[in-house]
Design a protein around this ligand. Structure first.
Ligand code: C2O
Ligand code: CU
Ligand code: CU
Length: 490
């Protein structure tokens, strides 16, 4: 560990120590463990559905050759209009929030040069990427202000809705909050052959929550390097404004036709249970790791931080002029609203939802060569409260598991309060949740929500690359306060 990261770790722990002053309110009654807290806006908030849905710009390669496509992203401060009439300072990839969408192809090497023009170090991670360790954004592989780094993504993986975001140790929460996140969509030939909605009817929706001061700023309560502290928010920071693609409660006019919505929960700590109002079907076709074997119609789709769901909504089920709200059943008041579609016109629709979408190999627990247990809990850290895995805070010098390349392992994950657990490198399947096998055929995931006091067993195969990766809680405040563990594929 370098001197700098050692200092930030100590600062974080000092802040955590003050968490003991928390009362019962905001804590889980079961465990007295801090839960996410709402940060209240003082800015005047717009009426819902007043702002049109923006679509993130699609990045163009700066160059392309026989071996790869090359992209350049400049991380820089910018001012954008998020709330009507107010200027909000952000940190954005190319000064945008969300950052530009990268559309890449399976098996096609994609090189992203990230230049840091921010006043702080950064780390960029491709979430869901099957990436060699040197390009995976290990939390201490810092890109200093004024420096740049080439992240090389071989993309030896199936089509999927991925995203990229900041991953700097101890500061991921504040840096993502300021705007450092964007979509990275991987396409492949198998998916291209399917008659799924495409073009303007393939809509990425990055959902996150933020809060705003009267002057338009989005201050983050955690300022470990300055005055103030994050301890009331150690359970997670919730905003009271729901943003989709960076716009508050936006609206989108749609045809009476099928749409593919690529839902991403990019929030620091908020979990959503998304449903249509006045009712309707969200047909799930894809998960974190790409297409399901077969479509699965649902009334609601639950997404913890970091998770994605590709769904088809057929607006032909409504009449021209109908409003269809996307609501969050876990939210209250304005936080129960996400965005609204208005059915504007009849239109031709050549799309279909095929009964077979892809082939998903089922990983067999009988093939597992190791079973490992990981307990996610808060705990005492020498007089301080911290977020721990197996009783230990993240320490870059320590390796907690050494799975062998090519081998299948079962990891048993247990929670105190809810924790969305994410593995780098290795997509997994959920074997059991609270002792029950999940319904339906297996799905490829990279993030799974552990509910309060629950055990989830996952099965994965470590392929592709040897080296150091992390597993962590994707509640970004938990992650920053040490709920992370290093594994090394050997
Ligand atoms: Cu989306 Cu390790 O992160
Ligand atoms: Cu990741
Ligand atoms: Cu957590």
């Amino acid at each position: 560990m370098t001197g700098v990261t050692g200092m930030t770790r100590r600062q974080a722990l000092r802040l955590l120590g003050m968490g003991a002053a928390l009362g019962v309110s905001g804590c889980s009654l079961l465990t007295r463990t801090p839960l996410p807290q709402l940060l209240t806006s003082t800015a005047p908030l717009p009426a819902p559905y007043a702002v049109p849905l923006p679509l993130p710009a699609v990045a163009k390669p700066s160059r392309t050759d026989a071996g790869a496509d090359y992209y350049e992203l400049a991380q820089r401060p910018a001012e954008v209009e998020i709330l009507p009439g107010l200027r909000t300072p952000i940190w954005g990839y190319d000064g945008q929030f969300p950052g530009p969408t990268i559309r890449a192809r399976s098996g096609r090497r994609t090189v992203v040069r990230v230049a840091n023009s921010l006043p702080a170090p950064t780390v960029t991670h491709l979430h869901g990427g099957h990436t060699p360790p040197e390009s995976d954004g290990f939390p201490t592989d810092l890109v200093q202000p004024g420096a740049r780094r080439d992240y090389v993504f071989p993309l030896e993986q199936r089509a999927a809705t991925l995203w990229y975001h900041d991953h700097r140790m101890d500061y991921t929460g504040p840096q993502v909050w300021r705007g450092l996140a964007g979509f990275f969509l991987v396409d492949d030939d198998d998916q291209d052959k399917l008659p799924l909605p495409s073009g303007e009817r393939d809509v990425p929706l990055l959902i996150c929550d933020r809060s705003f001061q009267a002057d338009g700023t989005m201050p983050y309560p955690a300022r470990p390097d300055g005055p103030g502290s994050r301890e009331p928010f150690m359970g997670g920071v919730l905003g009271d404004v729901i943003l989709v693609n960076g716009a508050p409660w936006p609206r989108l006019g749609v045809d009476r036709a099928r749409y593919r919505l690529r839902l991403l929960n990019a929030s620091n700590a908020r979990t959503y249970e998304l449903a249509l109002s006045p009712g309707g079907t969200l047909t799930r076709i894809g998960s974190d790791g790409g297409l399901l074997a077969a479509p699965r119609p649902a009334r609601q789709v639950r997404l913890a931080p970091g998770e994605r769901a590709d769904v088809i909504v057929d607006f032909a089920a409504y009449r021209v002029g109908d409003h269809v709200e996307l609501r969050n059943l876990l939210g209250e008041g304005p936080q129960a609203q996400v965005m609204r579609f208005t059915v504007e016109r009849d239109a031709r629709d050549d799309s279909a939802i095929p009964a077979t979408l892809s082939t998903v190999e089922r990983l067999d627990p009988a093939a597992a060569t190791a079973t490992r247990d990981f307990e996610f809990s808060s705990g005492d850290l020498g007089g301080h409260t911290g977020w721990l895995i197996n009783g230990k805070p993240f320490d870059v010098r320590r390796v907690d598991a050494r799975p062998k390349l090519g081998q299948v392992e079962v990891w048993r994950l247990t929670s105190d309060v809810a924790h969305p657990v994410h593995l780098h490198l290795a997509p997994f399947q959920v074997l059991s949740v609270g002792g029950e096998r999940p319904e339906g055929p297996p799905e490829w995931k990279d993030t799974v929500e552990l509910r309060e006091a629950q055990t989830v067993e996952i099965i994965t195969r470590f392929t592709g690359y040897r080296g150091r990766y992390v597993m962590h809680c994707h509640n970004l405040e938990h992650e920053d306060m040490a709920m992370m563990s290093t594994f090394e594929v050997v």
